[in-house]
Design a protein around this ligand. Structure first.
Ligand SMILES: [Zn+2]
Length: 238
């Protein structure tokens, strides 16, 4: 499998790498900074540079354990060295949104034992998360929730990652509340994302370093989504 540099350092915007395979407009690299769609986070876009030529990366997907970079046009690209560079503005907004979703899920788990059932980040600064609550949470709580989340974000919690054997992770309460159940049994090492004093969660996405980097956001809608489930919709405001 190619090396996935975004797991080590989500702030790395480019890397020197080597093309292993070109198949029509699809390219496989031996290491990459490009995040493929997954876990509710959209793919990165950007360019591959070879000599004086630039090739637009328009989509990135994980296919059979490989990260496949779809180019707008791979004519004139040849197997060999290349510089991979992501569109940082786009990625950073996804990192902010993604981290915000962790904060919301972590807080509501701590407060109510609520579980995130799914989440999605969109390309236009919006995101949503579905949270399953036990019965008995007053509706009035939801009107104060945005203020509570803002307060936590402003407390500036640090975010870090570590990888542990699956058996160890399964012993940590709360860490397996969503993602791990979807991971195939064959995956024996799990990456955990820790937001200090708030949450630790299995996740393979990209995150900011501290919650104040999430910046300005607001909740746009909180609505019922089936029995005991709320959908919280939000937007980054800059
Ligand atoms: Zn994550």
């Amino acid at each position: 499998m190619e090396e996935e540099l975004f797991l080590e350092n989500s702030y790395e915007t480019s890397c020197e790498t080597f093309i292993e395979e070109i198949n029509e407009n699809k390219v496989i690299l031996n290491q990459t900074v490009f995040y493929p769609t997954g876990g509710g986070q959209p793919f990165d876009t950007g360019i591959l540079k070879q000599g004086i030529d630039e090739f637009k990366v328009i989509k990135v997907k994980r296919e059979q354990d490989k990260i496949v970079h779809y180019l707008e046009d791979a004519t004139n690209l040849s197997v060999g060295e290349v510089t991979a560079q992501i569109n940082w503005d786009r990625r950073y907004r996804f990192m902010r949104c993604h981290t915000l979703l962790h904060v919301i899920a972590g807080h509501l788990y701590n407060k109510f034992g609520a579980l995130a059932t799914s989440s999605e980040i969109y390309e236009d600064n919006r995101a949503r998360i579905d949270i399953q609550f036990e019965e008995g949470i007053p509706e009035t709580y939801f009107s104060s929730m945005e203020q509570e989340i803002h307060k936590i974000v402003e407390e500036n919690h640090m975010i870090s990652t570590r990888s542990l054997p699956r058996k160890e992770v399964e012993k940590i309460p709360g860490s397996i509340k969503t993602v791990i159940n979807l991971l195939p049994k064959s995956i024996q090492t799990i990456r955990l994302v820790d937001i200090s004093e708030l949450d630790e969660q299995a996740c393979g996405g990209t995150h900011v370093k501290s919650t104040n980097e999430i910046g300005a956001f607001s909740f746009t809608k909180i609505k019922n989504k089936g029995k005991n489930t709320k959908r919280i919709e939000m937007i980054l405001n800059d």
